[in-house]
Each structure stands twice: as C-alpha cells, then as structure tokens.
Write a protein that binds this ligand. Structure first.
Ligand code: NAD
Length: 229
C-alpha cells in the first residue's frame, strides 16, 4: 500500500496550503512569486524571511490525527505502507513516520544556493537573512524543491517504485495539480492498484480514481486505517 500526501494533510494542523490566502505581511505575495530560485536571487532577504515565518509557524503546530494514523499503521504493519509526501513541514516525521519519502525536500533544513566551494563551511557562516559564506558570499537557501526545480532523484525513484508495486494508493490532501507527484497516482492506477482520493473538495485526480472520499484527512484516516481506538 502507498499513500501520497499533500498540503491539505497539514492544513488541519494549521499550516496553510499554498492556495489558501496568505496572511498578514505576506498577503500581497503569491506563493509562486516567493518559492522560486529567481525570486530568491532577486530578493534573498524577502524570500528567506518568508521561509523563516513559515518555519516558525510549523514549529508552533503539532501533527494531527491523520499524520498519527499513518504513522501508527506504518509501525503496526511494518513494510506494508510506503508514505510519499509533497509536504516539506516534517509533520509526518514528527508523528513517527521517519521513513516518509519527502518528494519536495524539507523546510527544516537549508543548503547552499550555489555549488559550495572550499571556503563554504556551515560552521563558519556569516549570520543574516539569509546567512552567507563570509569568503565567497554563497547564500544559504531552504532545502525545498522550488517551482521549476527537479525533484531529488532518489526520492522520486523510491516513490515511483512504490507506485509501481502497490495494490492500493491513498491520495490524501492534494489538489493533484503539481507534477510529477500527481503522476504517481496515474502510475499506480495503470499497473492495477486501487486508487482512493481523500479530500473534502474536488481534485484533478477524481476522474481517474476508483473512489473519492470527501472527508478531511484527520477525520477519515484514523477509522480507515483502524487507528481510531
Ligand atoms: P494544494 O494546496 O494544491 O492542495 C491542497 C489540497 O488539500 C486541496 O485539494 C484541498 O481541498 C485539500 N485539503 C484541505 N484541507 C484538507 C483536509 N483537512 N484533509 C484533506 N484534504 C484537505 O497542495 P498540494 O497538492 O500539496 O501541492 C502544492 C505544493 O504545495 C506542493 O508542492 C507542496 O510541497 C507545497 N506545500 C506544502 C506545504 C506543507 O509542507 N505543509 C504547505 C503548502 C504548500
């Protein structure tokens, strides 16, 4: 069995999806204008601050019953569930799914923007927003996959393998609009897996799914996975 999760999975924990209106200071920007390499290069400070804001928001919330149910199932039925997430917030991992495949990276970590040189050393970074190498000026950036960037090869290969070999794929809390992640549901369907969408709203994957459960993840997953006791 495989599960593909998206931003809706974390919405109940209080992490807004990209399509939800941005709030406060950030209301004037669309996520697509901040989560790109071009946006970061044009205004590193602004994009870094937006990620700091999101990091603080994530640190203040907890995994919900949906995250916990998936983690519970993964432990209870060892080896039977491959969890693939588009979320970068680490909530699956905090709930106990340490082996979740993070297709879009992790907001909790950062990495060098440009290929690191001999002088680039995290033990010696110049603090700032963003921090930088004091010698060559290379910047730190969040370790997430921005719009227009390729997915990490190993994570995508592992997710693809799960889609090719599962008998059931749960597609939870994702609009199904972001590829290649959404393509995993099609891979699963083509090889004969049952595809079940769990989402309170319509998604792009509804037509290809065998079944759509119009419920919130935190409401549906505990009983569906038998973790509600
Ligand atoms: P999306 O914003 O396109 O879609 C979110 C989906 O979740 C919608 O279909 C919505 O109806 C559904 N939803 C809302 N509340 C739900 C609930 N309680 N239970 C189940 N479903 C619910 O998000 P996406 O499909 O993940 O793709 C957009 C991109 O946004 C991804 O690349 C992802 O990495 C990124 N993103 C991640 C986070 C995060 O890490 N928490 C947050 C925002 C965006």
């Amino acid at each position: 069995m495989a599960a593909l999760t998206g931003a809706g999975m974390s919405a109940e924990s209080g992490v807004p999806t990209f399509r939800d209106a941005q709030t406060g200071l950030w209301a004037q920007f669309r996520a697509e204008e901040l989560a790109t390499e071009a946006a970061f290069r044009a205004d590193p400070q602004r994009v870094w601050r937006w990620y700091q804001y999101r990091r603080e928001l994530i640190a203040a919330v907890e995994p919900n019953a949906g995250h916990r149910a998936l983690a519970w199932f993964g432990k209870r039925h060892s080896g039977r569930l491959t969890l693939v997430t588009q979320n970068v917030d680490g909530l699956h991992q905090r709930a106990g799914s340490g082996d979740a495949i993070a297709l879009h990276g992790s907001i909790l970590q950062d990495r060098w923007l440009d290929q690191p040189r001999a002088c680039c050393d995290v033990r010696n970074i110049e603090p700032g927003a963003p921090p930088r190498c004091p010698v060559c000026g290379n910047l730190r950036r969040p370790d997430v996959v921005w719009f227009g960037e390729a997915l990490p090869t190993r994570a995508l290969a592992a997710a693809d393998e799960a889609a090719r070999s599962c008998d059931l794929m749960l597609v939870i809390g994702t609009s199904g609009m972001v590829y290649p992640a959404a393509g995993l549901a099609h891979v699963a369907r083509r090889q004969g897996a049952l595809v079940v969408v769990i989402n309170p709203a319509e998604t792009e994957l509804d037509e290809m799914a065998h079944l759509c459960v119009r419920e919130r993840a935190a409401q549906c997953l505990p009983w569906l996975l038998g973790a509600s006791h």
